[in-house]
Design a protein around this ligand. Structure first.
Ligand SMILES: Nc1ncnc2c1ncn2[C@@H]1O[C@H](COP(=O)(O)OP(=O)(O)O)[C@@H](O)[C@H]1O
Ligand SMILES: O=C(O)[C@H]1O[C@H](OP(=O)(O)O)[C@H](O)[C@@H](O)[C@@H]1O
Ligand SMILES: [Mg+2]
Length: 346
């Protein structure tokens, strides 16, 4: 029997990247893009390379170099392998018995690669769902544990990342997340509150072919945070607070405040990471949106931005024109389905 699971892109709406630093975030899954993993029973355990994303054949030396310079050495195979490893480790630690039937895993994705839309964790998330179903152990891995398992797979590979992406992908819809230090230290998980996605205004995604390696982007700030750098420590605390205020603004449908918080989120990131790390094109996307008065910030660590036009339709038209001039792609964001029902009182 063939098993197939899908996970959507995610948009960090407010508070990111404080998820990696005991902060708070608001994020949602976006069904504009998805990764799909397929599992089929087979004699041996096989991980199939993707014909485009895991190339091993090139037209020329030049093409090989261009590919590596633009997208790095790696594709999704290592993500699938790491998912298998951490899945087995979780099952062993929780005394979950596994049968011995082998399988073949393959994947496909249209999430723009390394664009801060969590393409990496979408592949891991969908693969984990396939393994849970194949081994019939879905009830044994708690939903709140799954983001951590997905993150562990990427940490295995040395990818610096936080939990928010995985939470948005496992829970679906819009989620408010509190990465409370005590909760994380005692359970390994944050406190995740699904919210009503109907609270969100129409938001727009702007992106360009502009891959950025989230691990590389984060490594210096991570090191500075660990060393106790005052700017990074206080910046992260302030960014986390934006998620708290953003949640309150959404509940009140106060979109003026919401716009200010989005802009402030980007300004704080810029101050901590510096322009050279953020990248010229990424900054240009934000500034292009702001040139028409839209609020704007990164969806993740770079590559794509989320924009909000508080003044409505006319402003959206101006935003569209400004993006077209720069060659950026603009599209309305579609919030993905909620897999854990939102608590409508929150
Ligand atoms: N679209 C993709 N196809 C295959 N592998 C991918 C893709 N996107 C990311 N990866 C893998 O995940 C790693 C980390 O990607 P990351 O920088 O986190 O990108 P993203 O922002 O899309 O999550 C990459 O080095 C690569 O191994
Ligand atoms: O910097 C961020 O906002 C996020 O960066 C990573 O996500 P990515 O999609 O790979 O850019 C990281 O995994 C998140 O935890 C950060 O919030
Ligand atoms: Mg990633």
């Amino acid at each position: 029997m063939t098993i197939q699971h899908t996970a959507y892109a995610r948009v960090g709406l407010l508070g990111n990247p404080s998820d990696g630093y005991f902060g708070k975030t608001l994020a949602f899954s976006a069904s504009n893009f998805a990764a799909t993993v397929t599992l089929e029973p087979s004699e041996s355990l096989v991980i199939l390379p993707h014909p485009v994303h895991d190339p091993s054949k090139f037209a020329s030396l030049q093409q090989l170099v261009e590919r590596v310079e633009c997208e790095g050495y790696y594709g999704g195979v290592r993500l699938l392998m790491a998912t298998c490893k951490v899945f087995r480790a979780y099952c062993a630690a929780h005394k979950i018995a596994l049968h011995h039937n082998n399988f073949t895993l393959s994947y496909d994705t249209n999430i723009p690669r390394q664009a801060g839309l969590s393409g990496s964790s979408a592949i891991v998330c969908a693969a984990l769902s396939c393994l849970l179903e194949h081994f019939g152990v879905g009830d044994s891995m708690k939903v709140e544990d799954r983001p951590r398992v997905i993150l562990t797979a990427e940490e295995e590979l040395g990818i610096t990342a936080g939990l928010q992406d995985r939470v948005a992908q496992v829970y679906g819809g819009l989620v408010y997340m509190d990465f409370d230090r005590d909760a994380l230290q005692s359970t390994g998980n944050g406190i995740y509150t699904p919210m009503d996605p109907g609270l969100l205004p129409t938001l727009y995604l702007i992106y360009a072919r502009n891959p950025s390696d989230s691990g590389k982007v984060h490594s210096t700030v991570r090191r500075r945070w660990l060393e106790g750098d005052e700017l990074v420590r206080s910046g992260m605390t302030e960014i986390a607070e934006l998620a708290v205020r953003g949640r309150a603004a959404l509940l009140k449908q106060d979109f003026n405040t919401f716009s200010e918080l989005m802009n402030h989120n980007f300004d704080l990131r810029r101050c901590m990471f510096g322009d050279a790390t953020l990248g010229k094109m990424n900054i240009d996307m934000v500034e292009t949106a702001r040139s028409v008065g839209a609020a704007c910030k990164f969806t993740g660590s770079g590559g794509a931005v989320v924009a909000f036009c508080p003044e409505g339709f006319q402003q959206v038209r101006h935003l569209k024109e400004a993006c077209e001039k720069k060659g950026f792609i603009l599209e309305p964001l579609i919030v993905g389905p909620s897999f854990v029902p939102p608590d409508l009182s929150c």
